[in-house]
Design a protein around this ligand. Structure first.
Ligand code: C5P
Length: 393
């Protein structure tokens, strides 16, 4: 069971959407509201969406006999406080338990995820910041507020993160932690190879597969360094992100971070070629055709596989034909442990989609064709396969 504490800020309306998402995701959600929260949204709204009576009062005899504050504290697998006001954070940090939410929190052994939402000046207040540091030190989890327009009229940090993001953090805290101790280096996205100050050569990679892998690995307890080409995606919470543009920059970042990791997953669509010349000034329009000369970029994966030193290496192969034959060749050529191949000309597979149809091949000769699935699900499958390979060593 998940206990959601809702405290009194205007972002309460987003907690309503959060409950809807949590229930849809299969969570049993028990909502506790503070008095302040009830000034914004009625308990009936949360009760209707969660299908459970909302707990509000410590000293209400019916609630205490039916729900019970110690019972709530004991049966929670996870506490989420969203939105969390400066007031509730201050009370938790000071050990004050003067209402139902803070009393139950005092009595629980479950992990607690706090999503602060408040005016930017309140958020920046050193007292609040010190309370956050103290709670983090004591093992409370925080999800950073988002930046943007605040209901009080200010712009800045203090918005409650989108409910999807809170849901993702929630899943991460509850998921099996089978990748603890692993340090994954994951590359994602396309490269851009500049031609002149305003033009570049690139490919259609969106970065979605690599980012899904990063999110899944973090959820499962790994440390993740994500080296990403230009994408439109939100950086996964908890990943160490290095942003790069060209294949040469990606190579540099990979080589720099390679020694510290236990496995490398090269999900990036690295540019195979770059223009031989970079025109310092914008290439002018002319009448006739012009010629571009391209030279090969270094093969990053091949280069690191030469000094593999016990690390697991996973490559990707985007193919438009002879999938298994081409992927097998790459697996051997690049001395990989595993390769994830997909036929990018197939419906539902490949670039810029949320789904993929992939075949996993490994150094032991296994060929596993997977059905159409979300990139999030495929990420889990890839990590599962990686763990199996590791256990066979
Ligand atoms: O040979 P091909 O480019 O199809 O190999 C794809 C795999 O190799 C991907 O995992 C990709 O990230 C990686 N790669 C690389 N360096 C390159 C080109 C591809 O590491 N220059």
């Amino acid at each position: 069971m998940l206990v959601l504490g809702v405290t009194g800020g205007i972002a309460c309306y987003k907690a309503v959407e959060l409950v809807r998402l949590l229930v849809k995701d299969g969570f049993v959600v028990q909502v506790i509201m503070t008095r302040g929260a009830m000034e914004f949204v009625t308990p009936l709204t949360f009760q209707t969406l969660s299908g459970m009576p909302v707990a509000t009062e410590t000293f209400n005899l019916t609630q205490e006999s039916e729900i019970g504050h110690i019972n709530l504290a004991d049966s929670a697998d996870l506490f989420v406080i969203a939105p969390a006001t400066a007031n509730v954070i201050g009370k938790i940090a000071a050990g004050i338990a003067d209402d139902l939410l803070t009393t139950v929190l005092m009595a629980t052994k479950a992990p607690v995820l706090i999503a602060p939402a408040m005016n930017i000046h309140m958020y920046e207040n050193p007292i609040l910041q010190e309370n956050v540091r103290k709670l983090r030190r004591l093992g409370y989890h925080f999800i950073e507020p988002a930046e943007g327009y605040l209901a009080c009229g200010y712009e800045g940090k203090g918005r409650l993160p989108e409910p999807e993001k809170i849901l993702e953090e929630t899943r991460r805290l509850l998921k099996k932690k089978d990748l603890v101790g692993e340090k994954l280096l994951i590359t994602a996205g396309p490269n851009r190879e500049p031609l002149d100050p305003v033009r570049y050569l690139s490919n259609r990679s969106s970065g979605k597969m690599g980012y899904a892998l990063a999110r899944a690995a973090i959820r499962r307890g790994a440390e993740v360094a994500l080296i990403s080409g230009p994408t439109e995606l939100e950086p996964p919470a908890g990943a160490r992100l290095t942003s790069v543009t060209t294949a040469a920059e990606m190579r540099h970042a990979v080589l720099e971070q390679f020694s510290g990791c236990t496995a490398v997953i090269m999900a990036a669509a690295v540019s195979d070629y770059r223009p031989v010349d970079f025109a310092r000034k914008k290439i002018k329009r002319g009448k006739g055709p012009i010629e571009l000369r391209l030279e090969p970029n270094p093969d990053i994966l091949k280069e690191i596989s030469a000094r593999k030193n016990g690390k697991m290496l996973v490559g990707f192969a985007a193919e438009t034909g002879e999938l298994v034959a081409n992927a097998t060749k790459k697996l051997k050529d690049k001395n990989l442990d595993m390769i994830v191949a997909n036929n990018v000309s197939e419906a539902g597979a490949g670039f810029d989609l949320d789904t993929n149809v992939a075949t996993i091949l490994d150094r032991g000769g296994t060929v596993r064709s997977l059905p159409l699935m979300s990139k999030d699900e495929l990420a889990e499958q890839i990590l599962d396969h990686l763990l199996v390979l590791k256990s066979q060593r």
